[in-house]
Design a protein around this ligand. Structure first.
Ligand SMILES: Cc1cc2nc3c(=O)[nH]c(=O)nc-3n(C[C@H](O)[C@H](O)[C@H](O)COP(=O)(O)OP(=O)(O)OC[C@H]3O[C@@H](n4cnc5c(N)ncnc54)[C@H](O)[C@@H]3O)c2cc1C
Length: 493
């Protein structure tokens, strides 16, 4: 297969994972990336000694990365090290309650009991059901294409479908949580998991209750050096496997002839290939690279996931009450999601996520200081006045932090960078700046998410957060596996 050339458009996490997998299969792999750095959303910058991961901050399911090193017969320790985190998240409520969501089951039960009066059974049942749902349904539907008959004739499919209760499909995540817990705080904590794929818990199906399985049952992890270590490790592994990267090469067109892909055009140059995998946003791939107006129109009907507004603050003091992951909850979660998905703006009492990697490694910030990644869920970009929104929300965020942490945060902010949905869209070629492709705000959203291949053009495949199985690091890595397995079946010996 050495003479078969595979081109990957984009060096996001899925693009690099797919490049590694195809190189291992024996393809000559070339990655064309518009930016001058790899990683897409998973990138990094530094301000006066404060280090910041620009995008993702929560790392779950390291096994998806381990699998790549195993396949490549390389020692992961030579490239990438990580450790488990004891507290998945610290939750702060305006009523003064504070919950440490321990990853240890016993400690979590105890915390929910003492702080929220939740009984042992409610939390145990919930997490056990999440594990069963993940094992029976998640492992089939997240690891295989939904658009191949072979998935539906899988011998485990019957068991998977019998696990899917009526309420998982036809009730919302919020309804599922309301029937599982008695305290408003526990319901809000478990509603928040809808945001892990940019969705609304009051609309998204109860099926999303399998998400906490990843965090609370399998655990959350911290990569030494921050999240950028994931990008660096995959980039180094790809180079080791002979993948060739071309930065500052925006792909302008995918060429095809007789319903078969022939290559790409980049920097006005034609490059031929046996097959092309697009890791770029699927909407822009069809619109700009294929000029396929019919498919583009269809994709426009799918609701996009939420985006984000992020303040990267260098803080010249430390806050012992905070940890790696912290949430300062809104008082009205329902209203917050109405603002995000219906009014397409940000509620003036937003839920605030604060990630501080200097809590794990002191060299992430100058001595005695902290690197705050302060993220607020934002709607996808539909032309809002972002300057006005950012000004107003910055003020609300500062007031809320001061109120809950009893501080005057503004006087400690010594560096500031801001990223809004427009910046995300421009930096990563993501339609409307959505973090996770299409939302899961309907019962069958998973089935409408674009496929990892197209039957219209032989030799064209897709991986990344905008196609099946969806956004977030674990799912993006799975999309690379699904696309490369389809390619193996079609081109392998
Ligand atoms: C602020 C933020 C916070 C997040 N938090 C988390 C989190 O905590 N945990 C988590 O798991 N996930 C999180 N996510 C989501 C996660 O980052 C993404 O799902 C994932 O990184 C997307 O990877 P991808 O492979 O789809 O590619 P992307 O990262 O979208 O990269 C695509 C790449 O393709 C390139 N490209 C596009 N078009 C072209 C073209 N025509 N020619 C050449 N190159 C092109 C782009 O330049 C880019 O480098 C977050 C995202 C953001 C932005």
């Amino acid at each position: 297969m050495q003479d078969q050339k595979a081109i990957i458009i984009g060096s996001g996490i899925a693009g690099m994972a797919c490049a590694i997998r195809l190189a291992i299969q024996g393809f000559n792999v070339d990655v064309y990336e518009a930016n001058d750095y790899p990683g897409g959303k998973l990138s990094f910058f530094e301000n006066d000694g404060y280090k910041f991961d620009a995008g993702p901050s929560l790392f779950t399911q390291p096994k998806n990365i381990e699998e790549l090193f195993d396949l490549a017969e390389e020692h992961i320790d030579d490239y990438f090290k990580y450790k488990p985190v004891d507290i998945a998240c610290n939750y702060f409520f305006e009523n003064g309650k504070k919950i440490n969501a321990y990853t240890n089951r016993e400690k979590l039960i105890q915390e929910f009991k003492t702080q929220l009066n939740e009984n042992t059974e409610s939390i145990t049942n919930y997490l056990n059901k999440a594990a069963i749902l993940y094992k029976n349904v998640g492992t089939i539907f997240l690891n295989n294409s939904l658009h191949k008959k072979s998935t539906w004739f899988h011998k485990r499919i019957f068991k998977a479908l019998t696990t899917v209760k009526y309420s998982y499909l036809f009730g919302s995540l919020h309804q599922h949580n309301k029937s599982s817990f008695q305290s408003e705080e526990a319901i809000q904590i478990f509603n928040r998991y809808a945001t892990y794929n940019g969705s609304n818990p009051y609309k998204a199906p109860g099926m999303l209750s399998l998400i906490p399985h990843l965090e609370q049952n399998e655990g959350t992890f911290y990569p030494y050096g921050g999240m950028i270590s994931i990008t660096n490790a995959l980039y180094q592994l790809a180079l080791k496997k002979g993948v060739c990267f071309h930065f500052n090469h925006k792909v302008e067109k995918i060429n095809h002839h007789n319903k078969k892909v022939t290559g790409i055009v980049t920097n006005s140059k034609v490059i031929n290939a046996t097959l092309v995998v697009s890791n770029g946003d699927v909407f822009y791939t069809y619109k700009n690279l294929l000029n396929d107006t019919t498919k583009t129109k269809k994709l426009l009907h799918l609701e996009r996931s939420s985006s984000a507004l992020i303040f990267y603050w260098g803080i010249n003091t430390s806050f012992p009450q905070l940890d790696l992951h912290n949430i300062l909850f809104t008082q009205d979660y329902k209203k917050e999601f109405e603002h995000l998905f219906e009014r397409q703006t940000i509620y003036n009492d937003p839920t605030i996520y604060i990630n501080i990697t200097s809590k794990m490694e002191s060299n992430q910030a100058p001595e005695g200081c902290e690197n705050w990644f302060v993220m607020i869920n934002a709607p996808a970009n539909v032309g809002q006045d972002w300057n006005a929104i950012v000004r107003a929300i910055r003020e609300s965020v500062i007031k809320k932090i001061n109120r809950i942490l009893n501080t005057d945060i503004e006087k400690y902010i010594v560096t500031e960078t801001i990223m809004d949905p427009i910046t995300i869209e421009n930096k990563t070629g993501t339609f409307k700046g959505s973090l996770y492709g299409t939302s899961s705000n309907s019962k069958f959203a998973a089935f409408f998410r674009p496929a990892n291949f197209t039957s219209k053009l032989k030799g064209l495949y897709f991986c990344g957060g905008t196609v099946h199985p969806g956004g977030g690091i674990p799912l993006c890595l799975k999309s690379a596996s699904i696309a490369s397995e389809i390619i193996k079946a079609e081109y392998g010996k």
